[in-house]
Write a protein that binds this ligand. Structure first.
Ligand code: HEM
Length: 283
């Protein structure tokens, strides 16, 4: 056994180690249950939310990268980040399985201690939504006592969205993106513009000619679709856990979550499917 480890390095007192680099001691010291006597499942509940927050951080990091790559028109760089976002989103959806190993009864043993905390108050999730164009100033009031969150949300609210940056890049490449779209008020939700659909239709009808853009567009629609799938999975998990009861954040619970399923990020990417299917004989 000892000979097997002979060539391994024994870190010195000032070496960078796995633990110091990743701040492992700090990280595993960040889980503090509220319930006394302790409830076994509260640890899972805290860890799963913290893991989600770490992935949200990485997703925001990838959005920054996508925008930087679009601004210098490097489609491969955008595609790589979109692929990574897709993989993370799939993990986010599957992670719900772990939470569902907790029974409603086990959850109810500590649920009341969380009041009025809720995932609804995740500023990174809202920032992600804002950066994707789902801007809604009515969320600000939930962060009135968190200046860092408020500042980040305000910055995301005022900034062009990923889609704005994408459409600007397309215009720079000579695609006919209308001026009104490029100069729109970016604090508003982007409304479907049939002229943008026509530009996308050209790409979808000639994928070989515009292969990188075609793959990029499919990456964007994947992002949009997977966000809805996460919302659906979370909503069903909520129904399984608390039925139709009010959420700890004060909303009508699953009924509220149902209303979020119709949120769409890239309307023309969905609309282009209508155009592609028009006037085509049924197979
Ligand atoms: C037992 C587990 C969970 C339950 C019962 C639950 C319940 C709820 C409910 C009822 C809402 C609506 C707002 C409210 O009134 O509170 C909500 C929103 C939300 N939850 Fe959860 N949740 C759970 C786990 C999670 C996890 C693990 C995450 C991961 C971060 C999460 C993220 C969110 C987000 C982002 C929202 C806002 C959705 C939106 O407004 O579009 N939740 N949750």
């Amino acid at each position: 056994m000892s000979s097997q480890h002979e060539s391994f390095i024994e870190p010195g007192p000032s070496s960078v180690t796995y633990g110091t680099y990743l701040k492992a001691h700090e990280l595993i010291g960040l889980q503090h249950e509220l319930t006394l006597p302790k409830e076994h499942d509260e640890m899972l509940f805290i860890i799963i939310h913290q893991v989600y927050e770490l992935w949200f951080k990485q997703m925001l990091h990838e959005l920054n990268h996508c925008e930087a790559m679009l601004k210098t028109f490097k489609p491969m760089g955008v595609i790589r980040s979109l692929k990574r976002l897709e993989s993370i989103q799939k993990v986010l959806i599957h992670q719900v399985d772990i939470l569902e190993t907790m029974t409603p009864d086990e959850f109810n043993r500590f649920r009341s201690n969380l009041n009025p905390a809720s995932g609804f108050q995740s500023f990174q999730f809202r920032e992600f939504e804002f950066r994707l164009g789902l801007k809604n100033p009515s969320y600000f009031r939930f962060f009135a006592h968190d200046p860092v969150a408020k500042q980040r949300l305000e910055a995301a609210f005022q900034a062009p969205t990923l889609y704005d940056v994408f459409l600007r890049a397309m215009a720079d490449q000579g695609f006919a993106i209308p001026r009104e779209v490029l100069e729109r008020d970016v604090t508003q939700i982007h409304e479907l513009d049939p002229r943008v659909t026509r530009v996308l239709q050209d790409i979808y009808e000639q994928p070989e000619k515009h292969y990188q853009l075609y793959v990029l567009l499919e990456g964007l629609i994947e992002l949009d679709e997977l966000l809805v799938l996460w919302r659906y999975r979370h909503m069903q998990m909520v129904r399984r856990m608390i039925g139709d009861l009010t959420g700890t954040g004060g909303s009508p619970g699953a009924k509220y979550l149902q209303t979020t399923l119709s949120k769409t990020i890239f309307p023309e990417l969905w609309d282009v499917r209508n155009q592609l299917g028009k006037n085509k004989p049924y197979a």
